[in-house]
Design a protein around this ligand. Structure first.
Ligand SMILES: *[C@@H]1O[C@H](CO)[C@@H](O)[C@H](O)[C@H]1NC(C)=O
Ligand SMILES: *[C@@H]1O[C@H](CO)[C@@H](O)[C@H](O)[C@H]1NC(C)=O
Ligand SMILES: *[C@@H]1O[C@H](CO)[C@@H](O)[C@H](O)[C@H]1NC(C)=O
Length: 232
């Protein structure tokens, strides 16, 4: 059993997941991993719990299932981490558990954590899209914990003048995007608007962009918006 716990500790902390990017993660999870054996008196629970804690980050990335990149703001990561550590600390305050109880509770906390992360990522994205025009916010990439940002196209404009300027901003953004190292980007997003940096395309004067109209805006991503403009 000592050997098992030892192996569990050795393989820990290699994987990346959103929570991994929080500054207290190593300290907290190293404590959780090392104290599993004092909590469960059923021997089978120890390796199962150890594996859950070791695979926590990998499993998080597998369970997120997001159509948008896993990038979370620092503030929301801190909120999720606080909630998860609170649930874990509470679980670890119990003295002894019936067979199966401890790993089961770990699984519940894990699932709750995945929901919290999903909601945090989606909420920021929706907030961003509820603005008007191109907007960026700072995030951390859950894959490798590096600073990154998310750019979105907000469609919540209040006047046609604002809307025009928002769409113009989108065109400028897409053109700049195109001019950056073309080889680095996926093919699907590589397209060019002839002459947009010298003249305003005619459609902007009387916009009839079906794909940018309300029923389609619920899920609009920058990529979709670009695709939509490309077709006009
Ligand atoms: C992280 O650890 C520091 C120092 O121990 C503590 O002050 C802070 O509240 C912790 N944050 C979270 C989210 O647990
Ligand atoms: C980190 O991961 C993101 C994808 O989420 C990627 O775009 C970025 O280049 C990576 N950064 C490093 C330093 O590996
Ligand atoms: C939004 O996306 C979901 C899932 O991808 C899809 O089922 C739904 O039809 C989309 N809604 C609109 C208005 O495009």
């Amino acid at each position: 059993m000592a050997l098992l716990l030892c192996l569990v500790s050795l393989t820990a902390a290699l994987a990346h997941g959103c929570l991994h990017c929080h500054s207290n993660f190593s300290k907290k999870f190293s404590f959780y991993r090392h104290h599993v054996n004092f909590k469960s008196w059923w021997v089978g629970d120890i390796p199962v719990s150890g594996a859950l804690l070791t695979d926590w980050n990998d499993d998080t990335m597998k369970e997120l299932h997001l159509a948008i990149p896993a990038k979370i703001t620092r503030e929301k990561l801190d909120q999720v981490a606080t909630a998860v550590y609170q649930m874990m600390d509470q679980l670890y305050q119990g003295k002894m558990y019936f067979p199966g109880y401890f790993p089961n509770e770990l699984r519940n906390i894990f699932r709750e954590q995945v929901h919290l992360i999903q909601n945090a990522i989606i909420e920021s994205r929706i907030d961003c899209q509820h603005r008007c025009g191109i907007f960026q916010y700072e995030t951390i990439s859950c894959n490798n914990c590096t600073d990154s940002h998310v750019t979105c196209f907000g469609y919540n404009c209040e006047s046609s003048a604002q809307w025009k300027s928002a769409v113009q901003g989108l065109l400028n953004y897409i053109n700049n995007w195109h001019k950056q190292d073309t080889s680095m980007r996926p093919r699907s997003s590589a397209f060019f608007w002839p002459g947009t940096h010298t003249a305003t395309p005619a459609f902007l004067v009387s916009p009839a962009l079906r794909c940018l109209e309300p029923p389609h805006l619920a899920n609009l991503t920058l990529e979709d918006a670009a695709e939509c403009l490309k077709q006009h």
